[in-house]
Ligand binder design. Structure first.
Ligand code: AMP
Length: 175
């Protein structure tokens, strides 16, 4: 079972990047191609009944597994980047963090109207980043087909926040 394997290799790092945060370090997954492959296959199977036209990954760790997922599904990959990184014509959205705000951006030519986009990130915490990514996709005329994460920190309420989109929200493992 991939969730069991994932739970055994994810490292808990207390007080990183600041006091009081229990950081879920998934870097050991990147050293293990067999489990990485199983994760991608499991996500494919979670969404096998959902029409998907593209996978959008959220910078930065959402790129790593997101592009593998897009490749496995033979779909285009959409990078959702932090402000100031994309060179082409783009749209932006700003959202609240625990302290301060963050801005993310996407190229306008990454989606076409009505395209069904799966949003992917490594960890679902409060759901703020995924919600902002969903707003960008919709602002550009495409549709959100669902949300995919390796890990969900369910005690932070991100799953519930994303339910408001009325689309499937799947994680491989929840804490
Ligand atoms: P969110 O609060 O859902 O917007 O999470 C913001 C981003 O921070 C996500 O892309 C996660 O990768 C990362 N993140 C938040 N909390 C944690 C945590 N406890 N461990 C690892 N990554 C986290």
């Amino acid at each position: 079972m991939v969730s069991f394997k994932l739970s055994s290799i994810i490292r808990d790092v207390p007080d990183f990047p600041k006091p009081g945060i229990l950081f879920k370090d998934i870097t050991p997954l990147y050293s293990n191609p067999a489990i990485l492959e199983e994760c991608v296959e499991e996500i494919r199977s979670q969404f096998k009944h959902v029409k998907l036209d593209a996978v959008a990954g959220i910078e930065a760790r959402g790129f790593l597994t997101g592009i593998l997922l897009a490749r496995a599904l033979q779909l285009p990959f959409i990078p959702i980047r932090k402000a100031g990184k994309l060179p082409g014509e783009k749209i932006s959205t700003t959202y609240d963090l625990e302290y301060g705000t963050a801005t993310i951006e996407m190229h306008v030519d990454c989606t076409s109207p009505g395209m069904q986009v799966l949003i992917h990130d490594d960890v679902l915490a409060t759901g703020g980043s995924a919600t902002a990514a969903a707003h960008l996709i919709k602002q550009n005329g495409a549709q959100v087909a669902g949300f995919s994460f390796l890990v969900s920190l369910s005690f932070l309420g991100g799953d519930q926040k994303l339910q408001s989109f009325g689309k499937p929200v799947h994680s491989l493992i929840s804490f």
